[in-house]
Design a protein around this ligand. Structure first.
Ligand SMILES: [Zn+2]
Length: 464
């Protein structure tokens, strides 16, 4: 961060003298509240003016971005009317960083991470709550997915600022999906072959299939940001970030067209993440396993994938998760996606078998979300296992599997599982079912849930 200008430094010194006696509350005090008033200058958001006042009298010199990447582009301008003032050269920072983790310009729009651009108290021992207002002086658009306080300001705890999703400023297309808790759909300013209305329809269909699975809107507020990528086709990359609100970022090839997007897995995978708490004490396997295992199931239920294609995918890929179970254990694996998916398949089969088809893994996940476990919160793995057991009748299924495969490897035979389920793949790639297999009745409920459940297709796309 640049040093304060000479005119501001004098005022800062005076303020320091005034507040010296009041700003030393102990670590047990209520959270410090810092008000950030941000003004966006330029229709394409070239500059941000930020005024900060913390109710414990935190000084201008004690305010720094959590991510120091933008420090060279932030000028401290001293203290005016009791508020520390900063100017962020967003145009220069976005050009220099050129990175959606920090700041990135896309035509007339800018993505910016609050961790990089917001000066916050750097004393991490204190709980600090941020109350943020953002206004545009020159007509720039503003899109931020954070909950609002009673005064309308966005709220974010400073210790979660690195988890928070990107903010969008400048010129972009904004649409909404009312039935998803007013989820915002933001399309950045770049070339795309597909119309905004069609992209919104696709995202709304994915969100609807996800809401049906979770039995509620998983998290509010939430926003999906489409970042066009010139010269590319399909989905280039997707991810989700969440503090108290969630942001799905999707890098979309400019040539992508609607039918192909319904055949893509990425957005369905990212939406699935919205419904689970972040569990990192044993690695990524649980969160990534949920998204990896249920993604093809959701698409089959929506009419975008056949049941045979789901089994073909699993018969081809589940083997990649076997070493996570048999050698390292899930907590130490580098194959958390398929290791986690395999754990969930085993749990699903065993829950349905022991409950005579009454419950499956999706019942335990829905219960965890009902208990407040969405992507905006962190849980220990143990808490999720306990909620799972409680929601599925205490059958001991997930506890037993975790004891066998979480901290160390255990015996497991994938070919025997496929044989018991009565599913195999022929040399020509076609799926063969054996209805005389001992768990054939369980197999039928894996993709479709409890026996006899009917799923209305979603949207108008149907897989060929
Ligand atoms: Zn994922």
């Amino acid at each position: 961060m640049r040093p304060p200008r000479a005119d501001g430094a004098l005022i800062a010194t005076i303020l320091l003298a005034t507040l010296a006696g009041t700003g030393t509350a102990s670590g047990q005090a209520a959270p410090v509240l810092c008000r950030h008033d941000i003004t966006v200058l330029g229709a394409a958001a070239t500059t941000l003016e930020i005024a900060v006042a913390c109710d414990d009298g935190t000084l201008a010199g004690d305010l720094l971005p959590a991510d120091p990447a933008a420090a060279a582009f932030i000028t401290a301008q001293g203290v005016v009317d009791g508020r520390a003032r900063f100017e962020v050269d967003l145009a220069a920072f976005a050009t220099a960083a050129a990175d959606y983790d920090r700041a990135l310009r896309v035509g007339g729009s800018v993505l910016a991470s609050p961790a990089a651009i917001l000066p916050v108290p750097f004393d991490r021992r204190r709980a600090v709550e941020l109350a943020i207002t953002v206004t545009a002086r020159d007509g720039a658009g503003i899109a931020i997915a954070l909950p609002r306080g009673a005064d309308g300001s966005y709220r974010l705890s400073a210790r979660r600022i690195r988890d928070a999703g990107e903010w969008v400023f400048g010129k972009f297309t904004r649409l909404g999906i009312a039935q998803e808790g007013d989820m915002a759909v933001v399309i950045l300013d770049g070339p795309l072959a597909e119309s905004a209305a069609n992209l919104q329809r696709w995202i709304a269909d994915v969100a609807a299939s996800n809401r049906r699975f979770w039995r509620r809107v998983p998290v509010v507020p939430a926003m999906t940001v489409i970042l066009p990528v010139a010269g590319r086709d399909g989905i280039v990359f997707g991810r989700v970030m969440a503090a108290e609100g969630a942001v799905i970022l999707l890098l979309l090839g400019e040539k992508a067209r609607l039918p192909d997007l319904y055949e893509e897995w990425v957005l369905v995978h990212e939406f699935l993440h919205l419904g689970s708490p972040v569990m990192r004490d044993t690695g990524i396997w649980f969160n990534e396993g949920i998204a990896t295992y249920f993604e093809p199931i959701l698409r089959a239920r929506a009419g975008w994938k056949t049941e045979e294609a789901v089994w073909r995918e699993w018969l081809g890929h589940m083997t990649r998760g076997v070493p996570a179970l048999t050698r390292s254990g899930l907590a130490r694996t580098r194959q958390g996606y398929w290791g986690g998916a395999l754990f969930l398949l085993l749990a699903d089969v065993e829950l349905r078998r022991r409950s005579a088809g009454r419950v499956g893994v999706e019942d335990c996940l829905a219960a965890a979300l009902r208990a407040g476990g969405h992507i905006g919160v962190r849980w220990a793995t143990r808490r999720m296992l306990d909620v799972c057991e409680g929601a599925t009748g205490g059958l001991g299924v997930v506890d037993d599997l975790a004891a066998r495969y979480l901290l160390q490897g255990g015996a497991f035979d994938l070919d025997a599982l496929w044989r018991d389920l009565g599913v195999g793949v022929d040399a020509d790639g076609s799926i063969r079912y054996e209805d005389a297999a001992p768990l054939a009745w369980v197999r039928r409920s894996i993709v479709w849930g409890g026996t006899g459940r009917a799923w209305a297709p979603i949207g108008t796309y149907r897989t060929p």
